[in-house]
Write a protein that binds this ligand. Structure first.
Ligand code: ATP
Ligand code: MG
Ligand code: MG
Ligand code: MG
Length: 572
């Protein structure tokens, strides 16, 4: 590729709405361009990366025996009514009507569509196992789209679906996918970890998430450095308590003492006396209805009229366990800074209770501003029974590992893949059966496997950047090598060498871009450092006189001089 034939558009400053580094850098590097909330144009530079990610995914899925197809983005509501997800999925499911008033959805995932294909195409056990996948646009009307491609509303996912004749078969298909995912993330060149995830009703070890490790990740991962134990926080918390940590002291690590009435814990954590009169208490529930995850309840304590001069927010599982949040977390969650009272988008907190003392905080009804989605009897009364230890599980670093092989550590991750044993969850509702050896119909055993293709870009950057810009692993870089000629228009020698090296690299199958824009060196280098191309070759008259080119790896601090004749071998 020649830069003059391509589209390069870089920015000095990131737009104000870009909060995290990957979003900022992708915007500045001209990889994406916002069209609407959570909806982005994939610009030429960004699309090259997406295609590379897709190709790796495709190669490994094919290698693992999955078969590529393509299911529609727009799907009839009837299918989703069959499985009950039309009702269960809530507002995250994008619904549209056609001109006849018929209901459709824009697919957030494709279990229904594939099961519909399979229930008519698969008749006999002889056709099993089978695994179909597609790489397709998804739409999820996320409550808070943010962070660019990390949590978009429209995004690209690879989703695969396996069908087997029995549970053992399903588990085998699952293992094959697990291994394929491991290869995929290895090929991306990213540091990642597979963790056990809670898969609710189905139970067992039937679900794993693949996380790219990054401090900015939304998820907490619990792992044991001296064994294989690794789980996401929800799954780790769902295990029987392994520790002798006193009850209540788990979440309330700093100040709480077991056995104390909870309102006192609240007062203690807020660092205010029990007698403090608070103007209002705002409780807001933020629960993921469809995921069945534990609700999070955020407590905001307000003093004063319309101003929060004292704000704390906490995550309270089952009202028994809370952790106080930082201001940044409140902002992230509610989209507004504390210190502001009033409607906050659609997540308006409810249940404002005026003029009570902390000690009187009892019998709340609290919840989101959504019908049938309230907690009742939320209580910070004084004479509450000590909550069961089971309600207070909150795994912290230093806890013993459940496998008894060491102590636990916690790190943050970005969920980029998810594999799931579904069993007959969908085949049951949709009557997807096959005939076994005895001619008897049996329900198909299903698995599903997702990779967030576009999220990978954000995750890769969160893990690999410096103050100059992005540092792509070579396998998914928009270009592997950039040639930067100094004064190409003035120097015939530079021009000739640039052309010949460019052709040689192409011939060697290297994805190279020749920067023939005639930019000043400073601007040229800054662009490619921002864009994150892993290898840079500078061609200048001075070096050429000595028969040398200058090479700089994106992570290198000093350039090295490489003889012209050796450059190709050096790069390969
Ligand atoms: P999250 O917990 O981040 O909301 P999820 O568990 O809802 O993700 P899955 O249903 O498991 O997502 O979908 C499979 C993959 O699709 C995820 O592992 C993630 O990589 C990707 N993905 C999910 N939601 C989004 C989104 N809004 N934007 C980009 N990628 C997404
Ligand atoms: Mg989600
Ligand atoms: Mg998730
Ligand atoms: Mg998931």
């Amino acid at each position: 590729m020649r830069a003059t034939r391509f589209f390069i558009s870089t920015l000095k400053e990131a737009p104000a709405d870009a909060e995290i580094v990957s979003h900022k850098l992708m915007m500045r590097a001209g990889m994406i361009k916002r069209l609407g909330s959570g909806i982005y144009n994939y610009m030429p530079m960004g699309l090259r990366i997406i295609r590379k990610v897709e190709n790796i995914v495709r190669e490994e899925m094919n290698r693992a025996g999955a078969i590529e197809m393509l299911m529609p983005v727009v799907q009839p509501a009837e299918l989703w009514q069959e499985t009950g997800r039309w009702d269960k999925m809530g507002p995250e499911l994008m619904r549209v009507k056609d001109r006849h008033g018929r209901d459709y959805i824009i697919q957030p995932t494709s279990e229904e569509a594939i099961t519909d294909v399979i229930r008519t195409e698969i008749r006999s056990y002889r056709q099993l196992p089978v695994n179909f996948y597609h790489i397709q646009t998804k739409f999820r009307d996320e409550r808070r789209p943010r962070f660019g491609l990390m949590r978009g509303r429209e995004f690209t996912m690879k989703d695969a679906y396996s069908f087997d004749r029995n549970v053992e078969g399903m588990q085998k298909s699952y293992e094959v996918m697990y291994d394929a995912y491991t290869r995929i993330f290895q090929r991306f060149g990213l540091e990642f970890r597979a963790v056990a995830a809670d898969n609710g009703a189905i139970g067992g070890s039937g679900s794993h998430e693949f996380h790219v490790i990054a401090d900015t990740g939304e998820d907490a991962l619990v792992y044991c450095p001296t064994s294989d134990y690794a789980a996401n926080m929800e799954a780790a918390e769902a295990l029987p308590t392994q520790t002798s940590r006193p009850a209540a002291a788990t979440a309330l690590t700093k100040t709480a003492t077991p056995g104390k009435a909870k309102c006192e814990d609240v007062a203690q954590l807020l660092n205010i006396p029990l007698e403090t009169t608070v103007k209002s208490i705002v409780l807001a529930v933020d629960a993921e209805k469809d995921s069945g995850k534990a609700a999070q309840i955020w407590l905001l304590l307000l003093r004063g009229d319309h101003e929060l001069n004292e704000v704390k927010a906490g995550k309270i599982a089952g009202m028994a366990n809370y952790r106080f949040a930082t201001e940044a977390e409140i902002v992230e969650h509610f989209g507004t800074k504390p210190g502001y009272l009033g409607p906050i988008g659609t997540q308006k907190p409810v249940n404002i209770v005026a003029d009570r003392t902390v000690a009187n905080m009892a019998d709340f009804v609290c919840g989101a501003n959504e019908a049938d989605f309230h907690f009742t009897g939320a209580n910070w009364g004084r004479d509450l029974p000590e909550p069961a230890v089971a309600d207070l599980r909150n795994v912290v670093a230093g806890d013993p590992s459940p496998d008894g092989k060491g102590i636990l550590a916690i790190q943050r991750g970005i969920e980029v893949g998810h594999v799931f044993q579904l069993g007959t969850r969908y085949s049951d509702d949709m009557k997807a059966t096959f005939l076994d050896e005895n001619g008897k119909p049996q329900l198909l055993q299903m698995g599903c496997y997702g990779i967030g293709v576009t999220r990978i870009l954000g995750a890769a950057i969160e893990q690999n950047f410096d103050d100059k810009g992005i540092i792509w692993p070579t396998s998914i870089a928009p270009f592997e090598v950039v040639i930067c000629p100094m004064g190409m228009d003035r120097s015939e020698a530079v021009k000739t060498e640039a052309e010949s090296l460019y052709q040689a690299l192409i011939a060697a199958g290297i994805d190279v871009i020749l920067d023939d824009r005639g930019e000043r060196p400073g601007a040229m280098f800054a662009d490619w450092e921002l864009i994150g191309v892993p290898h840079r070759i500078v061609i200048g008259d001075r070096g050429l006189k000595e028969g040398k080119l200058e090479y700089l790896g994106r992570r290198d601090t000093e350039a090295s001089n490489v003889p012209v004749a050796e450059m190709l071998a050096f790069i390969q």
